[in-house]
Design a protein around this ligand. Sequence first.
Ligand SMILES: Nc1ncnc2c1ncn2[C@@H]1O[C@H](COP(=O)(O)OP(=O)(O)O)[C@@H](O)[C@H]1O
Ligand SMILES: [Mg+2]
Length: 371
Amino acid sequence: MTSNSKLTVAVLFGGRSGEHDVSLMSARSILTALDPARYNVIQVGITREGAWLTGENALAALEKNDTIGLRPVALFADPSHPGLYLIRQNGIEKLADVDVYFPVLHGTYGEDGTLQGLLEMADVAYVGSGVLGSSVGMDKIIFKDVLRAHGIPVVESVVVLRSEILNHLEETVRRAENVGVYPLFVKPANLGSSVGITKCRSRSDLAEGLMEAAQYDRRILIERGVPNPREIEVAVLGNDQPEASIPGEIIPGADFYSYDAKYILDSSQSIIPAAMSAEQCQTICDLAVKAYTAADCAGLARVDFLLDSQSGEIFLNEINTLPGFTKISMYPKLWEASNLPYATLVNRLIELAQERKSERDHTVRAYRRKP
Ligand SMILES: Nc1ncnc2c1ncn2[C@@H]1O[C@H](COP(=O)(O)OP(=O)(O)O)[C@@H](O)[C@H]1O
Ligand SMILES: [Mg+2]
């Protein structure tokens, strides 16, 4: 804590991912919600190229793509030089000590464990999951394996490699078809926002979808399509005792919840709470918390389900460890509907980051001989 007993919070946004712009929107809402009586806020904007820049209006500068007035800033992996440093032509200069880092970064280099690795090395408190939870949550293939190991229902799937797609397309298509009847969904293992995802209705769609996905990742997941799926989302909050919000439902404004349906078309809707029986609701919340714990998540995550509207079967689809966080995003809206207003939620996330850091400080790092 700083001398005036306010907490210094560094909010990190932008980033080297396809979800750069979404991150800026989430950060805008979070910065507005951080109470100046309670927090000193440092804005750290990460450009699409990965440069870390600071300034009082770093967010506005990144939004306008005019970063000339911002100053390069760095966090060292070495915990003996804590805090943020300005990088000047003639050397470095301490900018400030930081109590909590708040990554508001979606996708690669933000939500996937890489940034969390730096924050762990630096031994600082930060909002959200650690290296493991973030990377497991990011990788759709490994995440499904973890869920299967915990008996959590997931849609049938197969995995193929880019090299198999490029060198043996026909054979790979046939192997992918073994997963079930069309439609099939092809997904790169490690992206978000539906980038590189194709709904395939035929063998030729599948071949095209595999080629498309292979541009984005080395490992590709092919899933059986859930017929007439209902898309249910639950917000989870906490560290060792995570809690689930009430579930909400997304009605995609397109054939499926594609990139365009998420960000470009204005036709997708959310319904909170989702219309379902108390029993279904309980099952979904329990599965969400179970998956969150299984993947070693912390702080927050949004857990997304696909419900077969005919059979009533529930499948856990994916987890987002740094979900969209604008005022109208599903994650904060689900908590608002569960009696946790936006600003209180942000305060709670910062507390959870501090609690996790003090928990981590209790870990013994060297061998201690038993007496
Ligand atoms: N197995 C499936 N059956 C039916 N629809 C699916 C399936 N998998 C994905 N979808 C559709 O594709 C969208 C994006 O897939 P998802 O796995 O959530 O990837 P992302 O991480 O990009 O959001 C989902 O919201 C849903 O509309
Ligand atoms: Mg999704």
